[in-house]
Every structure is written in C-alpha cells, then in structure tokens.
Design a protein around this ligand. Structure first.
Ligand code: LLP
Length: 426
C-alpha cells in the first residue's frame, strides 16, 4: 500500500522493520507512519490550492485522536474537526488554535457549547433548531456570540455502508434542505448567534465522486440563494468522508476530489473547510499481531492471533475487509490457503478475515492488519479484560512509543469497591 513495504524481506515503515518494533513492545500493537500522514495532508492541501480554493483542512480528530497524530498534523498547519469536549481539548493540547477548529455533532451538551465558546472556535456546525436555540442561550449567558454554520442534510445517498452514511433524510444528521432557509433566518436574528455559513457531510468511506458532486452542488445553490436573500453567509464546510482502498476499492484521486469541490463552489468566492479523517490517517497505520495457534477445524482452518475485536472492531462491526500481511515476506512459491483469521475472544464475531488466502503461518509468526490507522485504537475497548494495545509512531528512521501498554494492576486500580464490599479493616 505504499506506506508499508517489504524491505530486505521484512515489512517496514520507511527504513524501520515492523518486526523490530514488535520485538521491543510486544503484540498486539498499533504502528503509525508520521511521514505518511504528513504526505497525505500536503497532497490534499496542495490539490485544493491548485484548484484555487481558499481551503482549510480541519482533520476529523475522531479518526485517530492520539495526541502525537494530531500534533503531527497541527505542525503542518491543519485545523481540527471535533465532536466532543474531549476532542476539543486534544486539538488544543496539540496546538491547533480555536480559530481553526470546527465543532460538529448532533448532541452537543451545554457544557460542550460553553467549552467551544471559551476556546474561541471558528464555528459550531449546528444540526437542528433546538440546538441553535440552546446555543444562543448559552452564548448570551456568557455575553458572547456563537459562530454557527448550519449543517444541511442534502438527502443524497453516499452509497457507502449503512452504518456510516449520513446524508439521506432517514438519518439523524443535519437540517432538512427544505427548512434550511427558515432556520438560517432565525439564526441571523438570534442575538447570541453569528451566522457564518453552511456545512454538509454525507458519509464516510466514499469511493465515488458522484454523490459528492450532487451534495456540493445542492449546498452551493442553497448558499447562493440564501446569500441573495440577504443572509450573511461567509464560508462553506464540505465535510469529510473521502475513502481509502481497503481491498480493491478505487477511491478518487485527491486531485479529482478537489476538482469536484472547486467546480461546485469556486464561483461563490468564499473560504471552504474540509473535514477528512480516514483518508488522512487510515493507510498510515497497521495493527501488528502474532499467531498464537493454528487450529484445523472440521470445515475450516483457523489462524488464532493475539489481537482481537476489542483492538480493531471494524471487521466485526461493518464486515470490513483489512488486508493482512506476514511481516516476513513469504517465498513466492509458498502456497496460499484459505483460513479464518480470528481473535481469542469468546464470540464468533471476533474475526479479522474469513476464507482469506494466506501463506502458511506457524505459531509465533507476525502479521500486520493493514489500514488500521483510522477508527482503530480509538474504537478499542478492554473487553475480556484485555489490555489496550500500545501505539507507536515512526518518523523517518526514528520510532517512539506514544502510548505504552498499561499493566493489569493499573487498570484494576481505576476501579473501586463500595464500602460494603471493601475488605474488612482489622
Ligand atoms: N465530519 C463529520 C461531520 C463526520 O461525521 C465524520 C465522520 C467526518 C467528518 C470524518 O469522516 P471520514 O473522513 O473519516 O470518513 N467508525 C467508522 C467511521 C465513522 C465516521 C463518522 N463520521 C468506520 O470505522 O468506518
């Protein structure tokens, strides 16, 4: 996949062999390439600039919120798209100024609204009238005005997985296109609101440009209409969602994505925000795992590994495909055979691949589960009392542990017993 490649027969990130990292930190472990993340950021900002857009790339922190990942992007000048107070604090800790931060989400609490106002964020992407009125009150209580862009639901089917499509009228997201005008006028009149623009996000892992073109054009048209009607709209937020190739999908080239966006909005002559998450970090990460056992079942051969659904839930949750590569390059003549690659958790859904062609492996062998940089560690849990996998960042020939594997005692110490269960003091 470009980022990770075999070098002297060993799967590597640049000059760093992943087996070296596995030997040092153990498995399972997430490894991210900072160089790959930076390359993506520059490719996107370059493509948008080449189209003549005044664009800000606000990285969707949810995809990989690790402080070192966000800091890597902050250094490049990225903004942030946050959806909670926790993400806002992370973006700030990484050095992303409030003025390059947008706050999205259908259920912002008043405390989160207040935090966003105090941080002086660029805009709240507001998804309903009730949210707008609440934000107005919270802002007035503070003697402030909340910058607001209305998230419009353009009713466009992104044709992606049902759990990650967001732009049709059946989802909970955004303001119905038909009501947008009325709500925009309210926003313009509310004393605690400063109406700044319109926003759209139609879903995630889009591999087709057509739904983007449709959604962007609808949004641009609405923008032009409302501006003509006298509403003080100043900028557009075109959301995120650009997909990556997990298997054989052919996601759009970033230059084509930029062209589609520019074609729809350039004539409006306003600044444009983008909120990519997965595209920025997905391919830049792998989950390293070790084969525990190979078990020949009645009908299937199982490769049981030491990573599990608690580490990477995408296959279980979305039937997602992730390429799985041996860390030691297999001999070209090694016969692949279909296996199920599964974790040790006591659920049938704990699997990474079914009937996957894999060269022969033995207990102790190392594998990389690819494209795990986005929605990987951040969606992890400690189910089955498994320890969170450590995270490692590689940059050039250097690598560093950016999150260590905790020990069981530390996790146990986070829990406490109520008085009636506490051991008797003597
Ligand atoms: N902006 C908004 C308003 C969003 O809701 C999202 C993602 C993004 C930007 C970033 O989307 P991206 O560029 O990463 O596609 N856990 C799922 C993905 C959930 C996406 C949620 N929203 C997965 O593992 O596929």
């Amino acid at each position: 996949r470009g980022v990770f490649h075999y070098r002297d027969g060993r799967l590597s990130a640049g000059p760093v062999a992943l087996a070296e990292i596995a030997a040092a930190v153990g498995t399972p472990a997430f490894v991210y390439s900072a160089d790959a993340i930076v390359a993506r950021y520059r490719a996107m900002t370059g493509a948008l600039a080449a189209e003549g857009l005044d664009a800000t790339v606000c990285y969707a922190v949810k995809a990989n919120p690790h402080l070192a990942v966000v800091s890597t992007l902050a250094r490049e000048g990225a903004g942030a798209d946050v959806v909670s107070e926790g993400e806002l604090l992370r973006a700030q800790a990484a050095g992303i100024p409030g003025q390059r931060t947008v706050f999205a989400g259908v259920g912002k609490t008043e405390a989160e609204m207040a935090a966003g106002l105090e941080a002086g964020i660029l805009q709240f992407n507001v998804e309903s009238e009730v949210e707008l009125r609440t934000l107005d009150r919270v802002a007035r209580d503070k003697g402030l005005r909340a910058p607001v862009s209305l998230r419009i639901n353009p009713d466009v089917d992104a044709r992606t997985h049902a759990k990650i499509t967001t732009g049709t009228s059946e989802n909970k997201f955004g303001i119905d296109h038909a009501q947008a005008g009325a709500i925009a006028r309210q926003a313009a009149d509310l004393p605690g609101i400063d109406l700044t623009g319109l926003a759209v996000h139609i879903g995630s892992q889009l591999v087709d440009l057509a739904p983007y073109a449709l959604a962007f054009e609808k949004l641009a048209q609405l923008f032009a209409e409302l501006r003509t009607a006298g509403l003080p709209l100043q900028r557009l937020d075109l959301g995120g969602g650009i997909g990556i190739s997990y298997r054989d999908e052919q996601p759009p080239e970033v230059a084509d994505y930029a062209r589609v966006a520019a074609r729809a909005v350039r004539d409006l002559g306003v600044p444009v925000i983008f909120e990519p998450g997965r595209w920025m970090v997905g391919d830049a990460g792998v989950l390293l795992t070790r084969v525990v056992f190979v078990k020949q079942g009645v009908k299937k051969r199982f490769v049981i590994v030491d990573a599990a659904m608690n580490d990477l839930i995408r296959p279980t949750l979305y039937d997602a495909w992730h390429d799985i590569l041996p860390l030691a390059r297999p001999a070209p003549e090694a016969p692949s055979q279909p296996v199920d690659i599964v974790g040790p958790i006591c659920e049938s859904g704990d699997l990474f691949a079914t009937d996957r062609a894999l060269p022969p492996v033995r207990p102790g062998d190392l594998l990389a589960i690819c494209s795990a940089g986005a929605y990987g560690a951040t969606m992890a849990s400690t189910y089955n009392s498994r320890l969170p996998a450590p995270e490692i960042l590689v940059a050039g020939a250097d690598w560093a542990v950016i999150k260590a594997r905790p020990d069981h005692a530390t996790l146990l110490a986070q829990e406490s017993l109520p008085a009636w269960l506490a051991p008797e003091a003597d």
